[in-house]
Design a protein around this ligand. Structure first.
Ligand code: ZN
Length: 148
């Protein structure tokens, strides 16, 4: 009698590639988030304490990026996380919660305004582009002032 053994199932190459990719993606994502959180919690981050201060720092930082020609409305409340968007009235909005309001985060959102918001006006959300291009780019500028 011949005994045939079926070999234990092996992951084929595409499955390994998928596992590797998802693992790498999670590592990447948490590293990116971790860098931002570490910077948020850093003692060197001075909190912005009012809407007026947010607007003052926003104008100063917008000037450094050549954004002074845009009408930017500054919102300081706890309704949304830090955000930037283009409104149908042709204005930009830059919002900060009280917890998130720091110069670093203002710079981060302004860099999105400079680089990303025009392209987002009429386009569908593009998450790979957001996570691999827009978010790291704005994070580098926000924390280190590096323009990519
Ligand atoms: Zn961002």
């Amino acid at each position: 009698m011949k005994i045939t053994r079926t070999p234990p199932p092996k992951m084929n190459l595409p499955a390994k590639a998928v596992v590797g990719f998802v693992g790498g993606l999670s590592l990447y994502f948490f590293t990116l988030l971790g860098i931002q959180e570490a910077a948020n919690l850093s003692l060197f981050q001075e909190k912005i304490k009012s809407r007026a201060e947010l607007e003052m720092i926003g104008k100063e930082e917008a000037g450094k990026l050549g954004l002074e020609k845009y009408a930017i409305e500054y919102i300081y409340d706890d309704k949304e996380t830090s955000m930037r968007k283009y409104t149908d009235e042709g204005k930009y909005k830059l919002g900060m919660t009280k917890f998130m309001a720091t110069r670093k985060n203002v710079k981060h959102e302004l860099y999105h305004l400079l680089k990303d918001v025009e392209g987002e006006k009429n386009a569908k959300p593009n998450f790979p582009r957001y996570f691999f291009v827009q978010e790291p780019r704005a994070t580098l500028y926000g924390i280190f002032g590096i323009k990519l």
